[in-house]
Design a protein around this ligand. Structure first.
Ligand code: GDP
Length: 427
């Protein structure tokens, strides 16, 4: 039985939540392997809407959901999300949290805000959830892990080591030191709620694979936001790419069978940083309104642009994609012609590979190809054969340009507005 990783191929918000929910119907276990509650997925089933930040989208189907070691977990945010999902009638008891996941603590949020403010015009556009500073502490060997909450002495020692450093940095920003006793009291309270969920998820996931379960790994954010492979420094602090699933869940690369990439039929980006195919003015506003392009977590308007085949090709390459899941094709209805970026122009030359530095990327001009649009509303279509010729032509051109087949198509936010050409678990 195969294991499938689902990743975002752009700058996030591609509709991974919807696609993961769709695939979760056939999965036994769904795993989040990186990021924190800065992620935001919306899953719509009939007239019900579920907002997910930390909990894997498989929860909506009642599947075993795992928050892996690569995630950074704000324990209070987790409890609030757990509560909200339970109130909506979902079974939250089977959520498992890795004891090796690092914690986001209140000082991480304070530092996130202070550092963004100090960056001024050069801000990264973080979600201010403390994710970056928590990963920074992890890399600096100062992090506090979920499992530490259940070892009083260890927790005190780890916290003291962390706060010696954190208080200095907070002081540089003119912020007060952390009240140790208050933090320890709050952590003891929240630990009681976390406790039944905390376990060795690496063992859980590998046992699940051994049993022949179908395991789905759900990436948050997108490939271009990967700290190593993205448009650094305008990136997140973790690895949303497929390789991140191995590290963030404790699963060997040989155990991953398939990687699928989710891409919008156009491009959006929230936060700052270069965006070669960005559209401005009326058309951008039109796409933003029709596609509801406002962040799930922050409500920030997303920047909108044409599909960028240079970006998509790069994503196919670094994730080893076997198939593409194209979302929001419905949003393009009535836009004619539709443009697609096939290469970049740099210093009078055409380039087809994504440059790694933002200065070069900012200097790139998109080379567009124009394709005919279609006036038809696609939202009620359930079969590929019903697609207008121009919409099919657009998909075929994407497949050609990035050398990867489209395997799933989404034409609306609702679960049923999805068509799959093949069973992704049938490898
Ligand atoms: P994620 O973080 O990648 O899961 O993406 P978000 O949930 O932030 O953004 C995707 C948004 O688009 C959500 O509000 C979805 O309900 C919605 N959505 C997903 N697929 C489609 C689609 O095919 N058409 C339309 N119109 N909306 C979609």
């Amino acid at each position: 039985m195969p294991t499938v990783v689902v990743v975002g191929t752009q700058w996030g918000d591609e509709g991974k939540g919807k696609i993961t929910d769709y695939l979760a119907a056939a999965a036994d276990t769904v795993v989040r392997y990186q990021g924190g509650h800065n992620a935001g997925h919306t899953v719509i089933v009939g007239d019900r809407e579920f907002q997910l930040h930390l909990v894997p989208s498989g929860i909506v189907h009642g599947k075993r959901c795992i928050i892996g070691n690569g995630v950074v977990l704000d324990p209070w945010a987790f409890c609030a999300e757990r509560e909200a999902l339970a109130t909506q009638g979902l079974d939250v008891e089977r959520i498992a949290i890795s004891d090796a996941a690092h914690l986001i603590l209140p000082m991480h949020q304070a530092l996130d805000a202070a550092e963004e403010q100090r960056r001024g015009a050069d801000r990264l556009g973080t979600t201010l959830r403390g994710v970056g500073p928590a990963y920074a502490d992890k890399a600096a060997r100062l992090g506090i892990r979920v499992g530490d909450l259940f070892h009083q002495r260890l927790l005190r020692d780890r916290l003291e080591a962390n706060l010696r450093h954190a208080d200095d940095v907070l002081g540089l920003h003119g912020l007060p030191p952390v009240d140790r006793n208050d933090l320890l009291t709050r952590l003891a309270e929240v630990a009681a709620t976390l406790r039944p969920h905390v376990t060795d998820t690496t063992r859980l996931i590998n046992d699940s694979i051994d049993r022949g379960d179908r395991v789905l790994f759900e990436g948050a954010q997108g490939t271009l936001l990967d700290i190593d492979l993205g448009t650094y420094p305008y990136v997140t602090s973790s690895h949303p790419t497929a390789g991140g699933a191995c590290i963030g869940a404790g699963v060997g690369p040989s155990r991953i069978d398939r990687v699928l990439g989710v891409s919008k039929a156009y491009t959006t980006r929230v936060g700052d940083g270069p965006f070669p195919t960005e559209i401005h003015g009326e058309l951008a506003e039109n796409l933003r309104v029709r596609g509801h392009e406002y962040g799930t977590t922050t409500g920030r308007p997303r920047r909108c642009g044409w599909l960028d085949a240079v970006v998509l090709r790069y994503s196919v390459l670094v994730n080893g994609l076997a198939g593409l899941c194209i979302t929001k094709l419905d949003t393009l209805a009535g836009i004619d012609p539709i443009r697609i970026c096939v290469a970049y122009e740099l210093d009078g030359r055409h380039i087809v590979d994504l440059p790694h530095d933002i200065e070069t990327l900012s200097a790139c001009r998109p080379v567009f190809e124009e394709l005919p649009g279609w006036p038809d509303d696609l939202q009620d279509l359930r079969d590929r054969g019903q697609l207008p010729g121009a919409a099919l032509g657009y998909l075929r051109r994407i497949e050609e340009l990035v050398a990867c087949p489209v395997v799933i198509l989404s034409v609306g936010a609702e679960r049923a507005q999805t068509m799959a050409w093949e069973d992704p678990f049938a490898v």
